[in-house]
Design a protein around this ligand. Sequence first.
Ligand code: ATP
Ligand code: MG
Length: 561
Amino acid sequence: MEEEVKSLNFIEHIVEEDLANGYGKQDLRFRFPPEPNGYLHIGHASSICLNFGLGLRYNAPVNLRFDDTNPAKEEKEYVDAIKKDVTWLGYEWDTERYASDYFQQLYDWAVELIKQGKAYVDSQSSEEMAEQKGTPTEAGKESPYRNRSVEENLSLFEGMKNGDFEEGKHVLRAKIDMTSSNMLMRDPIMYRVLHKPHHRTNTDWCIYPMYDWTHGESDYIEQVSHSLCTLEFLPHRELYNWFLDQLVDSKKLRPKQREFARRNLSHTVVSKRKLLQLVESGVVDSWDDPRMPTISGLRRRGYTPESIRNFAETIGIAKRENVVDVSLLEFHVREHLNKIAPRVMAVLNPLKVVITNYEEGKEEWLEAENNPGDESAGSREVPFSRELFIEQEDFREEANRKFFRLKLGGEVRLKNGYIIKAESCTKDVEGNITEVQCTYDPKSKSGSGTEESLRKVKGTLHWVSVPHAIKAEVRLYDRLFSDENPDGHKDKDFMDFVNPDSLEKITGYLEPSMKNAKVGDRFQFQRLGYFNVDTDSTNENLVFNRTVTLRDTWAKLEQKS
Ligand code: ATP
Ligand code: MG
């Protein structure tokens, strides 16, 4: 079998180089390390696809590690949602780990550092410590507590652990270098007192380790070979290494931190904190609101795991941050749904058509292909009768020759059905068209093999039979933010750019085959777009989401303006 030719990304190059320089393939191990303080978003998908992609490429284990060191913001609900999302994306982790599993080990190592004179308890206020921190161009000042005796440090640290002190009274700091040009090396905090119950360790601990002290040591415990994180951690790498230097046993593998660029998506925000703000302020209904750029929101909206993986694969891994246009994500879901979604007919802005030469009370069931691009998708039957709905915008009394839809005196084919001709129309007092009277050509039925059935007319319209149509709520979504980069304005808050018209709920009329549609089922509503059944849907009240339109209407608008 021919191997797929794919160029390596720069992280894969680093791994290849390590393999060439003596790492064994069996040494490779990766992890995806979310903090359970929110739901995963499309930015995380890049990190998931990178880490799990490496696992698949090198047949190496990938841990799912919850970076749960801040009990104030973390919850079990988020842990469960994260596991569901990673699984849905199609990945399997080797073991499920928690930084909180290592609290005891981290504590023991911290005690070791104190004994070696490499950590001390500082009893100043955070303001005082901030003042002494200096600036990137100006050295910091040493804390007056920096040279406490080992005994005093040990006893205070134990007191912190035992809950003898209030929050903010003491912290444990690494004793590194207050003159370092890297601000993070100026005696970083390793532990703070927090009297908050933790979602897993409950009230066992009232001191919690900081990210920098936890992350590298967790990688070391799990023997992760390549610890991949986003670029903002580049300056942390020196500290990551310093902490490892204090522990590393030469017989064990030393993890490596490497950085890649965060991925941002246009017309939205990708930060759990900001997404939480959208939920809490009621701009959206929930974390899985179909307008959210969360994995759960995209799933509910009708996205497939394949489309998200293909998107992540296409944008790849970069060394510099940028904003990826959301239309690329939409392209990928369109491409996948085009292959898999059955075609059905639905009318969203109905206009009644009466076929005056069609017998009253008669019905016919016409054969309709489920997917013209995929014979194996089979076919179904759709009912035809004297009264039909078409889209309002598909009829005009008069129009020029470029209007390939229905106009008075003109003909169109009804998809899977007959050719009809518009003879007259009725209007209400305001002049709105309320009904179109047509005649049909009884010999023109699609697929009937007659000469008339092969007759070509310019337009083909979708339609549904009025007496057979089933009603459904249809939710149409627009971009959640009107600005391309709502986060990118110095003088404005991202919330200022919320699009007030991001959701429109209408009633649609669907062909009767849709009555058994189940939550999650995906369809193409012909000529309209891709839709799926929302989780709010019930047998009595069907609810559909528009996943994406058939074409990129925004790109067209932008071209025009
Ligand atoms: P947020 O600001 O949304 O909370 P985070 O980086 O704090 O993001 P984590 O839970 O720490 O979220 O992220 C888990 C992993 O996913 C980390 O390795 C992080 O670097 C990566 N990640 C998070 N956001 C993005 C993004 N937008 N693009 C690529 N990777 C990301
Ligand atoms: Mg974070």
